[in-house]
Write a protein that binds this ligand. Structure first.
Ligand SMILES: [Zn+2]
Length: 131
C-alpha cells in the first residue's frame, strides 16, 4: 500500500477524515493525493475535513468493485464537499430501488450530506449520508 493510502486508512481507523490543503493556492484535495489537484504543488498540509457537502446526483447502476460485489446494490453519487472537491462515492439515506425512485430522488437535489466512517469487510470506508 502507498504511504498516503496507509495514512488515510490509519486516520479512518481513528475516526478522522483527512484531506490536504495546498499552501500555495489554498485548494483542498480530497481524498488526499501527493499533489494539489488544482496547481500540482507538493507544498501541502494535512487538514481535518468538515465531512459536510451536497449530493449533486446519484444512481445505483454503478457496479461495486469486485471486493464489495456481494454487498449487493447500493446508491452511488456525486458529492461536492463544502471545501470544494467533487467526487463519486457511496450514498446512504436515498431511495434507489427502482428507476422511478432514483428519478424522483434526483429531482430534489442538491441536498445536504454528511460523511461517516463505516467498517465494511474489515476496511474503513467513507460513506455520505443524506441529512
Ligand atoms: Zn494548489
Amino acid at each position: 500500500m502507498e504511504p498516503i493510502a496507509k495514512k488515510w486508512y490509519d486516520n479512518l481507523a481513528k475516526g478522522k477524515i483527512m484531506g490536504i490543503k495546498c499552501k500555495d493556492c489554498g485548494a483542498y484535495t480530497f481524498p488526499p493525493l501527493t499533489v494539489c489537484r488544482e496547481c500540482r504543488s507538493r507544498n501541502l498540509k494535512e487538514v481535518k475535513m468538515s465531512g459536510e457537502g451536497e449530493l449533486v446526483m446519484y444512481s445505483s447502476t454503478m457496479l461495486p468493485s469486485a471486493k464489495f460485489a456481494d454487498l449487493g446494490k447500493k446508491a452511488y453519487g456525486l458529492i461536492k464537499l463544502k471545501e470544494g472537491p467533487v467526487f463519486f462515492t457511496r450514498i446512504d439515506g436515498v431511495k434507489y430501488n427502482t428507476p422511478d425512485e432514483i428519478r424522483k430522488g434526483n429531482e430534489i437535489l442538491p441536498v445536504k450530506v454528511k460523511a461517516k466512517i463505516e467498517k465494511v469487510k474489515g476496511m474503513n470506508i467513507v460513506v455520505f449520508e443524506k441529512k
